[in-house]
Structure formats: C-alpha cells, structure tokens
Design a protein around this ligand. Structure first.
Ligand SMILES: C[S@@+](CC[C@H](N)C(=O)[O-])C[C@H]1O[C@@H](n2cnc3c(N)ncnc32)[C@H](O)[C@@H]1O
Length: 207
C-alpha cells in the first residue's frame, strides 16, 4: 500500500504501458543533452537501458560497442525495434524483461534509466533497485525527483528517495544534476568498492 492507497497491480501497470505505446512521445532535447554529456564522460564499452520504451535515447548509444535495451512492454519493443532499424544500430540488442522480477543477463559498464523507476510502486522499488545494481558498475538514474511533491501525482507515478535506496543496495552517489526546468534529477551512482582488511572476510553477498 502506498500513502495514496493500494497501488495498481504490476499487471495493470503493464497494460497501461501497452496501451500507451502507440501514442508515447515526449520531446525533450534538453534531457537528452544532459544524458549525452554524462554518457560521453564515462565512455562506456557496454551499456544497458532499463525501460527503454520506444527507444528515444537509442541514438546516444551508436558508438557503444555493446548496448542493450530492455522493456516489459511488447508494444514499446515493437516500436523500439523499428527505431533500431531506422538508426542502423547493429550494436544494440532488445529484450523483453520485467525488471521487478529479476536482473537481465550480463554485466555492463553503465546502466541507464530515464523516467522508469518513478513508475515502479513503492512495494517493488527496493528489489527492483537490487536487480539493477547486479548488472552494472555505474548507474545513470534520470528520474522524477523533488523533495516534496508540488502536484498530486498520477496513479502510476511515485516519488522515491533514490540516494538511500541505492546506498542500501551497495552503491554510493558520485554526482547529481538537478534540472532547472523540470522536477527531474540525474543521479550517478557507482558500486561501493569493498575494502580489504587483512584477516576480515567480507560477508557473503545476497544471492
Ligand atoms: C516513461 S517511459 C520511458 C521510456 C524511456 N526510458 C524514455 O526515456 O524514453 C517508461 C518505460 O518503462 C517501462 N517499464 C515500466 N515498468 C517496467 C518494468 N517493470 N520492467 C521493464 N520496463 C518497465 C515502460 O514499459 C515504459 O516503456
């Protein structure tokens, strides 16, 4: 249950995205430019975008040797695949995957989400972040965020406190960029390096 009452079920949320896919379009050149600058600084050799939708960000991945887009919505992936063809991106693979259920295959230099975690209900967010953290080293988390919501949120939107959530999953905040025009923040997290203390064995990690 969220503070707004019972959350929609995951099936209801999936139906929402399947129905939304044909008309989904958000023009956001400034948002793309912010993400582009962060990706270029990191120069990843591999990247996965979780919740890639119809692939609005794909052209940013053109020069990354291994790139993957995952989404749980078949309708979104159909459109993402058309975009992959239009932009000629042989380096990009697309998989259908529900990030609330488990981690996708592989390990990537950079993991990207843009306006995806804000659609994961509170009861699923911790395990979703654990699934994300397992597949990468650096995390560019570009999500709706403000300290106190200024407007009533729609039934499929949630405000999550990303810094403590990623810290709990074993990450540390490297930097963040707060948009001046929208209540969105791009957080960059990285996995905490374990410190070797002679004679002390690291605790077994969660399976
Ligand atoms: C607002 S759209 C953003 C799409 C894309 N990231 C972009 O910036 O253009 C949210 C996307 O997250 C996907 N999504 C939501 N919950 C998901 C889940 N549990 N597993 C995988 N994808 C999910 C939706 O299907 C949708 O395509």
């Amino acid at each position: 249950m969220s503070s707004r009452g019972r959350s929609p079920t995951l099936q209801q949320l999936l139906n929402y995205w399947e129905n939304r896919a044909p008309s989904y379009y958000i023009e956001d050149p400034f948002g793309r430019a912010i993400l582009k600058a962060f990706i270029e600084k990191l120069q990843p050799q591999s990247l996965i975008e979780i919740g890639c939708g119809n692939g609005e960000l794909f052209s940013l991945y053109k020069h990354i040797p291994i790139s993957v887009g995952i989404d749980w919505s078949e309708e979104m992936l159909i459109r993402a695949n058309l975009r992959k063809g239009r932009h000629y991106l042989p380096n990009l693979r697309l998989w259908r995957h529900d990030i609330t259920q488990c981690s996708p295959q592989g390990n990537y230099d950079v993991v990207v989400t843009r306006t995806v975690l804000m659609h994961i209900p509170p009861e699923a967010i911790e395990k979703t972040i654990r699934h994300i953290v397992k597949v990468g080293e650096r995390f560019l988390i570009f999500e709706y965020f403000e300290t106190i919501p200024t407007e009533k949120l729609a039934a499929h939107n949630w405000l999550h406190d990303y810094v403590p959530l990623f810290e709990k999953a074993g990450c540390e905040l490297i930097e963040s960029y707060t948009r001046p025009d929208l209540p969105q923040v791009l957080f960059q997290f990285q996995k905490k390096k374990s410190i070797d203390i002679p004679g002390v064995q690291e605790n077994a990690k969660e399976a």
